[in-house]
Design a protein around this ligand. Sequence first.
Ligand code: SF4
Length: 320
Amino acid sequence: MKWSYSTHTKMRRCQRQFAFSQLIANPLAKDPERREAHILKQLKQLSTWQGSLVHEILSTVYLEDITAQRPIDPAKLAVAAQHLAQRQYAFSAARRYREPGLSKKAAGDDYCALYAHEYDQSIAPEAVAEVHQNLALCFEHLASQKEFLATLAAGHGHRAERTLSFRLAGAMITAKPDLLFFAADQQPIVVDWKVGESETSDYSRQLLVYALAIERCGYWPAVRAETTRLYEVNLLKNQIYQHTLTANRLDEAEDFIYRSVVELEALVGAGTSQGFDLDELEVAEHPTTCSYCTFMPLCLRHLEQAGRAEEVALVQGRLW
Ligand code: SF4
């Protein structure tokens, strides 16, 4: 059984959405429904797409700049992101994500599937222009954070999206920090890039899981989780927040993972997905979860087949 923080959030958001995304979707499966679930899994709203573009440039173009000790060039990063956005938009508008035999890997970084293109919804040119403006704004904000950039420049061993894993409660726990590097005193520093307007989200648990993974993955035996510095950097709001890390909070994070793994096992069965039955899974509690769910057509079909008429009406009523 594999567990990650995103597994936990998906499972909590909606059991059925989690099942479509984590257990059913498979691009190589013979079953057409599993291939369809894979395509639906790729669909993004514009705000999510915007965030993924920023992450892509930070983990490639900007990482190369850091490694080569070049100063940040926000205009260069914005142009790279906007070019990528143009290519991805064209790919999605042509619905090339549905091209038979064209895998995500083969399409490379052109690959994109926007929700609006899949469901024939018009996208206002102003909305696309706003995405382009926000891309530029994010890199301008980053360039304005002089103290933080000095911390980045003084570090070494920068790696983007490196997978770290360790075992806990019989599960393989995986974590993939956006950026991980080491200060001159060899203590790890984690950066989690955010590109959102939300004031309510609390990402501290996610970052604490990263600290546990750094200590326990085995790559750096001398490193202790307590000494990790955890930065949440919201590039859209130009805010940097350093999360406090204490032994107590790490204990709580470990306990949180343990409880989440137990919950996951109860949902899908320990070790494999053999115990999993879609028709037994609940629909989402919050209406907005369904409103933005890319799996709605599959979900409705299964609810109908299972004779769950009340829930069909409930989910349909959440369409926007
Ligand atoms: S449509 Fe609603 S209930 Fe169905 S999978 Fe999506 S979020 Fe869950």
